[in-house]
Design a protein around this ligand. Structure first.
Ligand SMILES: NC(=O)c1ccc[n+]([C@@H]2O[C@H](COP(=O)([O-])OP(=O)(O)OC[C@H]3O[C@@H](n4cnc5c(N)ncnc54)[C@H](O)[C@@H]3O)[C@@H](O)[C@H]2O)c1
Length: 329
């Protein structure tokens, strides 16, 4: 594939720009472009690289008359109209592996922070109080961690939390019990996980099958005091149901990095974030220097692989719409 001019519209690590340039690809960085400006300029480029801020809508794709590839430096392509891109034979790719460790580490941090009321205790002390009784917690040693989604991140979380002595059980429609046993996760059906898990952590994409997966019916089947962690995608938890469960004590706490709407403005999400038992972070799962360098390099490597310019780079493992790739060959 001929890729000569690439536009980058969200700040990616310099490593991406350097690697593309070293391989003879012109790069323009124009961050925070208003949509009208993007629509005017996009036809000058055959490649576009974004993170999550730029919305690659059907209009952008239609205006990109020379566009052959859109790359997302990160996991997931929620901000790209993949259906429209596929119709136009524009390849869409992402870098799902690059931030797995960072997302995993944030998940583990939220689990341990919830167990010991670290965030609430620290805020209370900063506010001048000395509330030792109020913030007494519990050990996670021996507790059951239910992992929904045993892909890249889910299995890394399992391995780390086993070191803390947690019993790990999990479910994934494409992972067998034998495969799960290799990383010491006992494979169970979801309905077997709900009543035994002390903590439930979500690591699936947002799909029709996973939307509102944690809802009032499921929470009713859970242990009283269950804690729920979501560092995957907003929308996997029914936020209204979670809020009710936190308020009536069924749910003992939640660690949330992602929300139905980001940044959140809807009253239910805002109330959830304010709940005393919730530790909420503003979608920080991939926000580490290491992950940002990794995803920047991975997206550039895949663009170079598409051009066939450098035999060192041959993998385009993050392609979302292989049919567009095949029709470009
Ligand atoms: N918070 C962040 O900043 C951040 C960073 C990285 C990734 N993520 C998100 O984390 C999630 C997991 O990422 P990953 O890299 O591990 O993805 P992955 O593709 O490696 O794993 C996802 C797993 O979910 C499984 N799955 C699909 N439907 C399921 C269902 N109904 N029940 C149970 N499992 C199901 C899949 O079979 C797959 O094995 C994704 O949603 C990703 O976008 C968030």
């Amino acid at each position: 594939m001929e890729i000569n001019n690439v536009l980058i519209t969200d700040a990616v690590d310099q490593a991406c720009i350097n690697l593309l340039k070293e391989n003879g690809i012109n790069v323009d960085c124009k961050y925070n472009l208003p949509q009208e400006k993007l629509l005017e300029e996009i036809s000058d480029y055959d490649g576009l690289i974004v993170r999550s801020d730029t919305k690659v809508t059907s209009k952008v794709l239609a205006a990109g008359t020379n566009l052959k590839v859109v790359g997302r430096a990160g996991a997931g392509v929620d901000n790209i109209d993949v259906k429209e891109a596929t119709k136009r034979n524009i390849v869409v790719l992402n870098t799902p592996g690059g931030n797995a460790i960072s997302a995993c580490e944030l998940t583990c941090t939220l689990i341990t922070a919830l167990a010991r009321n670290v965030v609430q205790g620290a805020a209370s002390l900063k506010a001048g109080r000395w509330d030792r009784k109020l913030y007494s917690g519990h050990e996670i040693y021996g507790k059951v961690l239910g992992i929904v989604g045993l892909g890249r991140i889910g299995r890394e979380v399992a391995i780390r939390m086993q070191a803390w002595g947690m019993k790990t059980v999990g479910y994934d429609p494409i992972v067998s019990a034998e495969e799960a046993a290799k990383f010491n996760v006992k494979f169970l059906e979801l309905d077997e996980i709900w009543p035994i898990a002390d903590y439930i952590t979500l690591h699936t994409p947002l799909l029709p099958e996973t939307a509102n997966m944690i809802n009032s019916n499921v929470l009713a089947k859970c242990k009283k005091g269950v804690k729920v962690i979501n560092v995957a995608r907003g929308g996997i938890i029914d936020e209204e149901a979670l809020l009710r469960a936190l308020e009536d004590g069924k749910c003992g706490g939640a660690g949330l990095d992602v929300f139905e709407q980001e940044p959140p403005t809807n009253p239910v999400t805002l109330k959830l974030i304010q709940n005393a038992k919730v530790v909420a972070t503003p979608h920080l799962g991939a926000s580490t220097s290491e992950a940002q360098i990794r995803v920047a390099v991975e997206v550039a490597e895949q663009f170079i692989a598409l051009t066939n310019r450098n035999q060192k780079y041959s993998s385009v493992a993050g392609v979302i719409n292989p049919s567009a790739l095949h029709s470009n060959k």
